[in-house]
Design a protein around this ligand. Structure first.
Ligand code: SAM
Length: 505
């Protein structure tokens, strides 16, 4: 029995693992990745399968396989797959090491391989197998995402981990180990001079431990193996398996927003791997989600901004007088009137994406001068810059949730199933969304068959069974007073579900 059978891992969703995201980044780097709508995906160490199940339900014409060593994880995932009736996904109980064999047929190769949360946390032989699997089983244009803990940030984390593990030695029960470990860390922190560098770093670590999911903390801090590596070490390991670095799976990595302009220029002139490693020193980076492909693929030296024209775009930013503020806290300005029109349209459409081609078509309808190839190139260049700073999102997949509340609102089956068992559901962007109890019940009720009157009835019964509804500083109870309040709150909640990309109709 593995540690993960004793303390199951939370069923995390990792938005960056969506093939639409991976393909977009690969294409901008010169690799013509396989269309996400018809691809084959393997997830190594898939845990309870939530990440892969969400992808399988979002991309019904693609095929998904997952493998994990913990029998309990696979059992949990397979029960969900059976409930949802998905026939494009298989989760298998097994050891990654057994997958490191040359494929006999094309069905045993994959266009995308995901190894999230496993590389740093397994013995060297398994790590070698992960890279060997990527080498042997990635299709010609395939891309693998491998995440791992990294230095220099993990030097500080390791100090906290060592203190906790030392104190919890000899204790068997996982949660007791965690409690004892944190208690010593906290005690050390409180007895170290205020304001000292040591105290500040312990405070930072303790805060991170308190905010994180406790099962996650247990595995991160108490698993015997947790071997962070420098990025350059990872790149060398990948290279020994004939794999090359493409980029990180998360945007923002190519920006130097915290670095002085002269330093940014110096960084930009470095070779790709050296630049990535040097940036990690600037950022005290702790974690990477790195994309790799076959060494035989010719990647472009610089990002191919022209690829924007093959992409789907979206933006969660707001804009006032040409000033953009992103949901990530970053800001930027848009000078060109055509780019402002395009941005306005992206903002209005969110949470839906629009293809670059359609966007140009819409811009042209309001700005007739916009019909020269130069104007289109300017827009492409502006949008590309906004992508690089995270103010515009690109994907190789179109995302089209329903943005208006219909007479019979419908939430996707996966999210309704997740709302039955937990507090986090997955939206059509493959993002985890945490819901309060009332909204979770509304999600469960939105089956596409029930009209608003039926939903009000179900939500009123739910409120009555759960002690009423809070309104201002009052708790409203009693069916007659509850019904109109439920009706008002429900309309607002349905709009929120639409805004969170949870409605499919
Ligand atoms: C930290 S969890 C990560 C789960 C998921 N990939 C995620 O990132 O949310 C690590 C997973 O690796 C699995 N694992 C560890 N060693 C393995 C091996 N040799 N073969 C297959 N799975 C393994 C564990 O069972 C566990 O589910």
């Amino acid at each position: 029995m593995s540690n993960y059978d004793e303390v199951p891992y939370p069923d995390f969703i990792h938005p960056v693992t969506h093939p639409g995201n991976i393909a977009a980044i690969a294409r901008l780097n010169g690799l013509d990745a396989v269309p996400p709508e018809s691809c084959r995906v393997l997830e190594l160490a898939c845990g309870p399968g939530g990440n892969l199940i969400s992808l399988a339900s979002l991309l019904p014409n693609s095929q998904f396989e997952g493998v994990d060593l913990a029998a309990g994880h696979i059992k949990t995932g397979n029960a969900v797959i059976a409930k949802l009736g998905l026939n494009n996904i298989q989760l298998k109980h097994g050891n990654i090491e057994d997958w490191a064999v040359e494929p006999q047929t094309d069905d045993e190769r994959f266009d995308y391989i995901i190894a999230h949360g496993v590389y740093s946390w397994v013995p060297d032989a398994v790590r070698q197998s992960i890279l060997a699997i990527c080498q042997m089983r990635l299709s010609e244009r395939g891309v693998a995402l491998i995440s791992y803990n990294t230095y220099p940030g993990w030097h500080q984390r390791e100090m906290a981990r060592d203190i906790m593990r030392y104190h919890a030695e000899g204790i068997d029960d996982p949660l007791t180990r965690l409690r004892h470990g944190k208690a010593l860390l906290s005690s050390v922190m409180q007895n170290v001079p205020q304001g000292s560098a040591y105290r500040l770093s312990l405070e930072e670590e303790l805060k991170a431990l308190e905010q994180a999911n406790q099962a996650y903390v247990f595995h991160e801090q108490f698993e015997d193996t947790n071997e962070p590596r420098y990025f350059h070490q990872f790149a060398a390991e990948a290279s020994s398996h004939l794999l090359q670095y493409i980029a990180e799976a998360e945007w923002g990595d190519t920006t130097y927003e915290y670095v002085r302009p002269d330093v940014a220029r110096a960084l930009a002139s470095l070779p790709k791997t050296r630049r990535a490693q040097t940036l990690d020193y600037f950022r005290r980076r702790t974690f990477r989600q790195t994309l790799v492909c076959h060494e035989s693929v010719t990647l472009s030296e610089t990002l191919q901004s022209s690829e924007i024209e093959t992409m789907h775009l979206a933006s969660t930013s707001t804009m006032q007088d040409g000033q953009l503020t992103g949901s990530n806290g970053l800001s930027g300005s848009v000078g060109h009137p055509v780019t402002q029109i395009a941005m306005q349209r992206l903002i209005e459409l969110y949470p839906r994406t629009i293809s670059f081609e359609e966007l140009c078509h819409e811009v042209k309808s309001t700005s007739p001068d916009f019909d020269t190839p130069e104007a289109m190139d300017d827009l492409k260049a502006d949008l590309f810059e906004l992508v690089c700073v995270g103010l515009v999102t690109v994907s190789a997949s179109s995302v089209q949730p329903c943005c208006t509340v219909s007479t019979r609102p419908h939430v996707a089956e996966l999210a309704r199933e997740q709302a039955r068992t937990g507090e986090t559901v997955t939206n059509l962007w493959h993002q985890p969304i945490r819901l309060d109890d009332v909204t979770a019940h509304l999600v469960r009720c939105c089956d596409g068959k029930t009209d608003h009157a039926g939903l009000i009835e179900q939500m009123t019964q739910y409120a009555m069974a759960n002690g009423g509804l809070v309104e201002g500083d009052q708790v409203v109870t009693g069916e007659e007073r509850l019904r109109p309040l439920v009706s008002i709150k429900m309309q607002a909640n349905l709009q929120r579900l639409a805004g969170m990309a949870l409605l499919i109709a």
